[in-house]
Design a protein around this ligand. Structure first.
Ligand code: ADP
Ligand code: MG
Length: 349
């Protein structure tokens, strides 16, 4: 529905593979001294001296992870990078390099790939990472994107999923549920558009949540903030699949239980009003929605004074002994077992 039908369409055939790679990547500049060799040889060469390299990769498939009927390609390029950088920040590391591999069918003209790479370039600039390589191939149907992100951290800075201990505080950055609800709004508008292509959607009341879906930001700022506040989380994970499944990962890896308080979960007012409109429960959306790319972490209680005044961080619960299990404490003060797909409100203990 956001597609411009009058664009120029340059066929990829005339460019050839090397011409295409060169065309798409020639404006990327190397920013890090750790990048000894970027694009142009058989492999990139990196040197981190006394630091550890942190590596994470993700594969995104058209029709499964993104829908080009409402996802502008520039946003897709940006978001694809964010999804990967988020994993690097979740290790309390600094992202330094990415590789970008794409498979595309012949329905994509050069202009579409230029848009995609404009989004990649913007992400590289804002987050200070070097594009150091990738691969380009054809697909029989649709688009596939595989990005690998590389970061660095000193050994003593690294934070794993496994370090949470009893009585630690459970903390989340930003607010939750927006990306999922933004997707619901876009899906609804897509259906309206199918029936009446002349209908121009008014997304203005939903701009916050639509942006959360189309242009998420990985929380590099939180890693920097924690450094400044001299807080090292005891465990950390990024929220890609929804709060409850990420909490369960942290607790399983750390061999602990937890109590999460429903009334503490940070929600934007747009999330509350749009949940009502869709007749959905906002807590369920925060727990199971996904794609928020916020950071979830645990801190020692003695660090609480350092974070308590910060508007970017919310304490949502605490870590308990493993035997106590993993629970949501509702507004009505009942305890419900956390499950990865939200929870069943009839399933009270
Ligand atoms: P190879 O044949 O060894 O796989 P390629 O011809 O695919 O090499 O790639 C040549 C160079 O261009 C390499 O440095 C590779 O990492 C880089 N490259 C290839 N495709 C992309 C892409 N889509 N984005 C960024 N760099 C790419
Ligand atoms: Mg190749």
């Amino acid at each position: 529905m956001l597609e411009d039908k009058n664009q120029q369409r340059t066929s990829l055939e005339n460019l050839g593979e090397f011409g295409l790679i060169n065309h798409l990547t020639k404006h990327f500049e190397i920013q890090h001294t750790s990048t000894l060799k970027g694009i142009g040889d058989d492999a990139a060469v990196l040197n981190f001296k006394d630091k550890n390299a942190v590596v994470s990769t993700d594969l995104l498939v058209e029709g499964v992870h993104f829908d080009l009927s409402y996802m502008p390609l520039k946003h897709l390029g940006y978001k694809s990078v964010m999804v990967n950088l988020s994993d690097i920040y979740a290790m309390n590391a600094i992202a330094t390099q990415i590789t970008v591999s794409i498979a595309i069918s012949n329905r994509f003209p050069l202009e579409a790939l230029e848009e995609f790479y404009a989004g990649v370039a913007q992400a590289c600039n804002v987050y200070n990472v070097d594009l150091i390589g990738g691969d380009t191939t054809s697909s029989t149907k649709g688009m596939l994107i595989s990005i690998t992100a590389i970061g660095m951290a000193k050994t003593e800075k690294l934070v794993y999923r496994s370090g949470a201990k009893e009585n630690d505080l459970l903390v989340v950055s930003g607010d939750l549920g927006g990306a999922y609800l933004g997707l619901q709004v876009l899906e609804r508008e897509k259906e309206v558009f199918k029936v009446n292509p002349n209908n121009q959607p008014d997304l203005e009341p939903y701009s916050y949540i639509v942006e959360r879906q189309l242009k998420p930001e990985a929380r590099m700022d939180i890693v920097e903030l924690l450094e400044k506040l001299e807080v090292k989380p005891t465990s950390m994970i990024d929220i890609s699949d929804g709060l409850s499944s990420e909490i369960l990962h942290l607790c399983a890896n750390s061999e602990v239980g937890c109590n999460l308080f429903e009334d503490k979960i940070p929600l934007d007012p747009t999330v509350i009003s749009t949940s009502e409109e869709f007749k959905m429960d906002s807590t369920t959306i925060a727990l199971s929605g996904g794609e928020d790319y916020e950071l979830l972490f645990t801190i020692d209680q003695t660090d609480f004074p350092k974070i308590k005044a910060n508007p970017n961080l919310t304490v949502i619960g605490h870590i308990a002994a493993k035997e106590e299990g993993t629970h949501l404490v509702t507004r009505a003060n009942t305890k419900i077992a956390l499950t990865a797909q939200g929870w069943n409100s009839f399933n009270e203990e």
